[in-house]
Design a protein around this ligand. Structure first.
Ligand SMILES: N[C@@H](Cc1ccccc1)C(=O)O
Length: 503
């Protein structure tokens, strides 16, 4: 029988009585461990070899563990000092015993907690007693620590090893060890004689230029062989979900909006009938730009109408805020705190000209807020902005749109709560249930734009609008609990590598 060289070497190095570890086989066969493993799996697929796997634990002492092997455990020092001070007969002041023990800093707490846990004695109201029958000299944890140091692992007690790991004195790592055993078929094949075939498993540039490739025999592919995991670059799950959201909205008849991340407060706040002394406008909430600090162009007639809405309100019964309004403030540049700035640009006709109802627009873009970082807040997140412009819209339309949208992501338990926004009336917050924790999580905010917003923009039909969080949608879809698993320096690479977004 002819087989590739590596397979022949592995067959010859394997044994039919004793499983041999693949690294030993590789050495005997003069192969790299990966090449030997690959050959072993190929032979296994043909029934000539059996491959077994086991997980082997490796124990190593940490620096602190090593230190105790040479000295002693802090609780042993404490016991010795306690007995020397007579605590085995009557309680002794703790300060005195600690002083005598020579323990300092964090070692004191370590000594006290383990002393009590191991029953060396009791600590009560600042006094310490020592149990005369305790045997710190034959402490199983110390014994296990020494066993690890001397490579006599089989003598160490399993509970003691666990405890040492918990105390940070030992680190445990796992390794998958593969071993091979010749099968009867393998033995028969060897008896019948196996020869190395001149097979080639890699096509090289030299073979191509020399023309040698045409004459050689190539190794067959074994698509079932265990191969090394290669984590290649891939699209981030947030980006994948953003694309899916875009597809979904396009499917629902929406067109995409685009616009600047840094924008004038005019588009971010003033068009939205947010008074200039509104708390959300302070720089605690939105990031302001120092240079340039002002937008160059704003449509003068729109600025005038927006100013008038703020000062006097809209319509015969308009009240306005009677609060100060300055164009300087409106011209200030900020990182947008929401993408409703884009909706304002589009609705005003500035972006793509005057719009006739019905119209539907959306964006899935980043927004920036000066929030405190926690499991559900970052300084930036993706907002799914959207609006529908039509005659006679009602809350039912708003709820129906969300129900239809979220259903496509498997979320069918939406809840709506009345809310307040300066720019919409009525307004609703949207909530979903976290699949793991069962907590009710806010996923978005919405409403129907007020007359004070629409009239200066020159829109004379209804517009319902929303801002939803892409990250929260992802949380509900995949059940992770900390947004920092997905973004930034603390992200969970394993989760990012393995999560698949289904389209
Ligand atoms: N801008 C709001 C979302 C929203 C947009 C449009 C209308 C109503 C609400 C937010 O960031 O929370």
């Amino acid at each position: 029988m002819k087989r590739p060289q590596a397979q022949v070497a592995v067959l010859q190095a394997a044994d039919s009585d004793e499983p041999r570890r693949i690294d030993e086989v590789a050495e005997a066969a003069d192969l790299k461990p990966e090449a030997a493993t690959r050959a072993a799996f190929e032979l296994e697929a043909d029934g000539l070899l059996a491959v077994t796997e086991e997980t082997v634990e490796h124990y190593a002492l940490t620096d602190e563990g090593t230190q105790y092997v040479f000295e002693s455990l802090p609780e042993q020092d404490l016991y010795e000092a306690a007995v020397d001070s007579g605590a085995d007969e009557e309680p002794v002041q703790m300060g005195q015993v600690i002083g005598a023990s020579g323990l300092e800093g964090p070692a004191v707490d370590i000594a006290l907690s383990n002393y009590a846990r191991k029953g060396y004695g009791a600590i009560d109201s600042g006094e310490i007693t020592a149990d005369p029958d305790a045997k710190p000299g034959s402490d199983p944890e110390m014994y296990a620590l020494e066993a690890v140091a001397d490579d006599r692992l089989d003598e160490a007690d399993a509970d003691a090893l666990d405890q040492l790991e918990r105390r940070g004195l030992l680190s445990v790592s796992e390794e998958t060890v593969r071993s091979v055993l010749l099968t009867d078929e393998g033995v028969a094949a060897l008896d019948a004689g196996v020869e190395a075939a001149e097979t080639v498993d890699q096509l090289t540039a030299e073979m191509l230029t020399s023309g040698e490739w045409a004459d050689v025999e190539f190794t067959e592919y074994n698509v079932e062989a265990d191969a090394e995991d290669v984590s290649h670059g891939k699209e981030h799950i947030l980006r994948q979900t953003a694309n899916r959201v875009k597809d979904t909205l396009v499917g629902m008849g929406f067109q995409e909006m685009q616009g600047p991340h840094v924008d004038a407060q005019f588009w971010i706040n003033d068009c939205l009938f947010m008074p200039q002394d509104h708390p959300a406008r302070t720089h605690w909430d939105q990031f302001a730009l120092e240079r340039p600090d002002e937008i160059k162009e704003l449509p003068a007639d729109l600025v005038e109408r927006v100013e008038s809405a703020h000062r006097e309100g809209v319509g015969p019964d308009g009240e306005g805020y009677h609060s100060p309004w300055a164009e300087d403030v409106a011209r200030g540049l900020d990182l947008r705190g929401h993408t409703t700035s884009l909706s304002m640009r589009y609705l005003s006709g500035e972006e793509i000209g005057e719009l006739e109802p019905p119209k539907r627009f959306f964006s899935v873009e980043k927004v920036y807020r000066n929030d405190t970082l926690d499991p559900t807040h970052l300084l930036e997140f993706f907002q799914i902005e959207g609006w529908v412009m039509a005659e006679d819209l009602s809350v039912r339309d708003l709820m129906g749109t969300f129900t239809e949208f979220y259903e496509q992501f498997g979320i069918t338990d939406l809840e709506f709560k009345p809310h307040y926004n300066p720019y919409t009336e009525p307004s609703f917050e949207l909530f979903g249930t976290h699949p793991e924790t069962g907590d009710v999580v806010e996923v978005g905010n919405s409403g129907i734009f007020r007359e004070e917003v629409l009239s200066p923009l020159g829109v004379d039909c209804d517009v319902m609008a929303w801002g939803l969080s892409l990250e929260r949608l992802l949380m509900l879809m995949y059940g992770f609990e900390d947004i920092r698993d997905v973004h930034g320096t603390l992200c969970d690479l394993e989760l990012l590598r393995t999560t698949e977004v289904l389209h």
